[in-house]
Write a protein that binds this ligand. Structure first.
Ligand SMILES: Nc1ncnc2c1ncn2[C@@H]1O[C@H](COP(=O)(O)OP(=O)(O)OP(=O)(O)O)[C@@H](O)[C@H]1O
Ligand SMILES: [Mg+2]
Length: 364
């Protein structure tokens, strides 16, 4: 359906896409992952010609949409895009946002555009918000309107760039449900998302981007569970292993809590398990270690094992020998014991750390 041939995109100072090649088939649902700055957003923007490639070709249904003279608005009509930040028109109501492009660029009658918009709003569960303004909606609702707006053009392909990453975690589910429906209806989609749980549940392929191109292209089971190529392996390990560095008592615990939540979410851990992980780190690091250490340098590594369905938290720190069991903070210690099934202390000498605590938490 779409063929990317030696696609290249240069900016003044960087060339994120050096040589991108891929064949995307009708009905493919592909998640695009990769380190920041590897050109995931750039690739999507090139594909619908918002920001045309510098070189190479995009063949869409047999037609070269990068050929000189090709009408870019035609490509944008057939390849819709949904952005992380919604990009709705603030001065238009929800229904007007959805009607806008069909009326303005396709010349659809206002009545037909309205009927279609209402049908799409129903599809994304927002029929009752047609006359609201974007400001009056939650992030999840805005993103569903943005999806409806992309669908209003009847695109053959939809490109979504981190559609849920600007949302409060409690609103992610409603947007994912809409995307999932689309995937199941056979719509061809490329979605930039690092959410392994979501990706596994709807995608048939994963593109891992690195080194100026699509470095790896495989099914989710292979990419997420047994990646064959070195860089993919390293990147997936980073998604699966969370490392927190704590260096002073002005440390951002809220930010870390959010990172732990994201980690648990990506790894499909239950809210209860996530809570136990957060509280184990909170009690050990914040309540017991930080007050104890003169010049704290603490590393906390969280790793969930699907095989054993357990999470291991390894906390290493500097200073003289100190077993957390010897703390005078009895409350923190008993909370720590509730959060984790086992707590093992030993002395070490590695990477500047002298103490280590290993905790095991089971899911159930
Ligand atoms: N309009 C632009 N002008 C100049 N440089 C740009 C432009 N857009 C992107 N870049 C650069 O191109 C590179 C790739 O950016 P891109 O946004 O595609 O990365 P990404 O993979 O989507 O990253 P992230 O995961 O952070 O969203 C970056 O180095 C970025 O700074
Ligand atoms: Mg991006």
């Amino acid at each position: 359906m779409i063929e990317l041939i030696h696609l290249r995109k240069e900016f003044e100072t960087v060339t994120p896409l050096r040589d991108v090649n891929a064949v995307i088939k009708r009905g493919d649902v592909i998640s695009v992952i990769g380190p920041s700055g590897t050109g995931k957003s750039t690739l999507l923007r090139c594909m619908n010609l918002i920001d045309p490639p510098t070189d190479g070709r995009i063949i869409f249904e047999g037609e070269d949409i990068t050929a000189p003279g090709y009408d870019a608005s035609m490509a944008r009509r057939r390849i819709g895009m949904v952005f992380q930040s919604f990009n709705l028109f603030g001065h238009l109501t929800v229904v007007e946002n959805i009607m806008f492009s069909p009326v303005e660029t396709l010349g659809v009658s206002r009545q037909d555009a309205y009927d279609k918009a209402m049908q799409l709003l129903k599809q994304v569960g927002l029929a009752d918000r047609a006359l609201s303004y974007p400001d009056e909606l939650s992030g999840g609702q805005k993103q569903r309107v943005a999806i409806a707006r992309a669908l209003a053009m009847d695109p053959d392909v939809i490109l979504l760039d981190e559609p849920t990453s600007a949302l409060d975690p409690s609103l992610v589910g409603e947007v994912e449900a809409v995307i999932k429906d689309l995937a199941q209806s056979g719509k061809t989609m490329l979605i930039v998302t690092h959410d392994m749980r979501f990706s596994r549940s709807i995608c048939n392929r994963v593109f891992y981007m690195d080194e100026g191109g699509i470095y790896d292209d495989d099914v989710p089971e292979v990419i997420f569970d047994a990646p064959r190529k070195e860089k993919t392996r390293r990147f997936i390990k980073q998604l699966k292993v969370l490392e927190l560095m704590i260096e002073s008592d002005t440390y951002d615990f809220l930010g870390d809590g959010a990172e732990v939540d994201m980690y648990c979410y990506r790894n499909q851990l239950s809210p209860k398990h996530a809570y136990r992980i957060r509280s184990a780190i909170e009690e050990l690091v914040r309540q017991i270690l930080l007050p104890e250490l003169a010049d704290p340098k603490i590393s906390a590594v969280v790793e969930y094992s699907e095989k054993s369905d357990r999470t291991t938290i390894t906390v290493r720190y500097n200073g003289p020998p100190f077993d957390p069991e010897d703390t005078e903070n009895d409350l923190a210690l008993s909370m720590l014991r509730i959060a984790s099934d086992s707590i093992v202390y030993d002395r070490i000498d590695e990477d500047g750390f002298t103490n280590r605590v290993t905790m095991e938490l089971s899911q159930s």
